[in-house]
Design a protein around this ligand. Sequence first.
Ligand SMILES: *[C@@H]1O[C@H](CO)[C@@H](O)[C@H](O)[C@H]1NC(C)=O
Ligand SMILES: *[C@@H]1O[C@H](CO)[C@@H](O)[C@H](O)[C@H]1NC(C)=O
Length: 284
Amino acid sequence: MPSTSAIFCLLALATIHLSSAHNKPEDYLKAHNEARASVGVGPMSWDHKLADYSHKHAQKLKGNCNLKKPQVSKYSETIAWSSQGEITAAEFVKMCMDGKPLYDYNSNICALNAKSTPQVMSPINSLAIFHLVVLAARIHLSSANNATQQRYVHLHNEARRNVGIGIGMTWDKTLEDHAHSYAQKLKVDCIIEHSVSHYGENLAWADYNFTVDHIVKMWVDEKQFYDYNSNTCAPNQMCGHYTQVVWRKSVRLGCAKERCNNNHQFIAICNYDPPGNAAGERPF
Ligand SMILES: *[C@@H]1O[C@H](CO)[C@@H](O)[C@H](O)[C@H]1NC(C)=O
Ligand SMILES: *[C@@H]1O[C@H](CO)[C@@H](O)[C@H](O)[C@H]1NC(C)=O
């Protein structure tokens, strides 16, 4: 698996209970997380808001059982259909994963697009492939929407992997929005002070237009001052930015950079959720 271990997939599980499959959240989670683990991606967690959303959507779809295309929403979606009785959570995920051999990670394209790969597909297979295309597209789109975001995610996860943390961070729009709106305040005076929020927060300042690499390096460079065994920082040094980066339980981040109003200084903010640096706890 290449460096992007922070592959993130917001799956709205539209469960079509044609004959009332009694899938439990744990079943869906287990099936998804096994599939993710098989390609080196950290686990998902269950979200009740998404489950409610899927449930409502399923109520609409079951009317005529027409799954032509995913509905337009801010969530990504995989939908399964079966004429052979209930779909278990494991089968549901298997249908999605059956298209995996057609997906080429390096080029991020699906063999379906290649005319040289004729496929005779039963309806169920084409559905499975459709899911995978959605899945694959989302893997790359929602893990981080652009190169800047991907770089933040990558550098954080590299630092985490270097100390054996397999759980990557993923980009989070809410955190990005928080960082962005707080950056609008800080850039006025260009003084970095922490916001009051329930997120973790790393701040950085420079008198030049620093890159994402510079920003994250400033934080990760504190590693040399942090002593894991005693869980302490060398005198007169800072370690908290580093420990936030490698805080195992912090799995989402969102960042923003702004030029200050004085025009020649820059600030950067990353917010984290759940927040790190809980007193008395080790980062990992
Ligand atoms: C990419 O993401 C960064 C950070 O979220 C944002 O500041 C920038 O505007 C985005 N660029 C594009 C082209 O969307
Ligand atoms: C800062 O540098 C980035 C590229 O790293 C560039 O996209 C951006 O426009 C620059 N911002 C300013 C205000 O110069």
